[in-house]
Design a protein around this ligand. Sequence first.
Ligand SMILES: Cc1cc2nc3c(=O)[nH]c(=O)nc-3n(C[C@H](O)[C@H](O)[C@H](O)COP(=O)(O)OP(=O)(O)OC[C@H]3O[C@@H](n4cnc5c(N)ncnc54)[C@H](O)[C@@H]3O)c2cc1C
Length: 433
Amino acid sequence: MAWDFETDPEFQRKLDWADAFVREEVEPIDVLWGGLEFTPPDATLRAVIDPLKERVRQQGLWATHLGPDLGGQGHGQLKLSLLNEILGGSSWAPVIFGCQAPDTGNAEIIAHYGTEAQKETYLRPLLAGEIFSCYSMTEPQGGSDPALFETRAVKDGDEWVLNGWKFFSSNARTASFLIVMAVTDPEASVYQGMSMFLVPSDTPGVNIVRNVGLAGEPDDEGSHALIHYEDVRLPAEALLGGEGQAFAIAQTRLGGGRIHHAMRTIGLARRGLDAMCERALSREVQGGRLADKQFVQGYIADSYAELMQFRLFVLYTAWSIDKHNDYLKVRKDIAAVKVLMPGVLHDIAWRAIQIHGALGVSNEMPFHRMLIGASVMGLADGPTEVHKVTVARQVLRDHEPSDDLWPTQHLPKRRAAARAKFAAVLEHEVGNL
Ligand SMILES: Cc1cc2nc3c(=O)[nH]c(=O)nc-3n(C[C@H](O)[C@H](O)[C@H](O)COP(=O)(O)OP(=O)(O)OC[C@H]3O[C@@H](n4cnc5c(N)ncnc54)[C@H](O)[C@@H]3O)c2cc1C
C-alpha cells in the first residue's frame, strides 16, 4: 500500500529548518526591501542576502527541484511543493532558495532545449542566482490566444530580425536576458509556426516603453514591461530549441510555472488563515470573542476546509508529475489546480479582511495584496476560463457518448437490464409464491 501522507523525517527536519529560517531571517528582509527581489542587489543588500543563500545551499535546499547536474538536489516537485508552502508567504524567500518565478520556468526550458553554449551563457549564472530572466510572450492585442500573436522573426542571412510588441513581460527591466516567442512561419499553425529566442536585454532595438504596475502600484514603476522589439538583430544561435518549436517549449514552461504558483499560493493563503484565527481569538465584540461568534467560526471552518482540499490536490498533482516525469501527462490536474487557485486565495483574503474590520482594508495589513494576487493567479499563465476548457476536454476524453436514446444511468433502463440478468432467479421466486 503506497499511499502515505507522512513526510520522511529527514526532509521534515529540513522543512522545520526552512520554516524557522524564513520567519527569523527572510521575513525582515521582506519588510525592508520588498519590491527589490528581482533587482540586481547593491553591496548593502548583497551583504545581507548572499550569506543567507549560502546557508540554504548548506542545507541542500537551493533550487531543490533541479537535478544535481543543474546545481539542485533532484528532490522533485512533491518536496518542492512542501517547501514552497513555507516560501510562499514571503516575497524574498523564493529568491533566497533559488526557486522564484519566472526564473524557474525559464531555467527549465533552457536546461531542456538549450545548447551547451546557451546553458553556459544563460543557465549557469541564472541558477547561481547571479542574474534574472524574463519570459516575453503575451502581446498587447492578445495574451490567452497565441493565434493572435504578431511579433515576427525573419531570417536575414545568418541572422534573425525581430519586430513586434510584447506586454506584461515580468521583470524585463532588471532581467539580463529575455526569452521571446515570435512567429517564424506565418503560414503554419500556431503549433509549428512560432519559435523561441534568447535575447540579451542590452541588444539594440529592445525598447522598454513603460513598466506597468499592478493596481495600487505607482505609474511606470511596476515590473511588467510593455516592450517594442524594433529591428532586433539576433545571431542564428539565439534560437532556443528547433525552429517552430515555441508552442511545445511554452507548454513545458507553463506546466511547471502553474503548479509552482499553486504551491506558493498555499503558503500565502495559510498566512491569511493564521491572521484570521489570531484576530478572532484576540478581538472582543458584544461580550465575547470574535472566535465565539458563529459567522466567524464559519469563515474559519470554510477557509480551513478549502485550503486543505486545495493543498491535497496540489500535493497529489506534484506527486503525479514526479511519477510521470512529464507535465503533459498531468495536464488535466495542473489545469484544475490552476482553476481553483484564485478562488481559494480570494475567499480566504476576503474573510481575513472582514474579520480585521477597517484595519483589514488598510495598507497596514497585507490582505489587499493577497486579493490582487488572487486576481493575478486567475490570469498569469493563462486565464481561468481557458484552463476550465482544458479540464473539461481532458475529462471528456475519458468518457463515451451513449449509443442509446436513454442515458446509461436511466433507472428504468437499468431496472430492465437487472431484471434480464436475474430473470431465472426472479422467475423462480414468482413460481414459489
Ligand atoms: C502579474 C502578471 C504577470 C504576468 N507575467 C507575464 C510574463 O512574464 N510574460 C508574459 O508573456 N505574460 C505575462 N502575463 C500575461 C498573462 O499571461 C496574460 O494576462 C494571460 O495570458 C491573459 O492574456 P490577456 O491579459 O491578454 O487577456 P485576454 O487574452 O484578452 O483575455 C481576457 C479575458 O477574456 C476571457 N477569455 C479569454 N480567452 C477565453 C476563452 N477561450 N474562453 C472564455 N473566456 C476567455 C477571460 O476572462 C480572460 O481573462 C502576466 C500577467 C499578469 C497578471
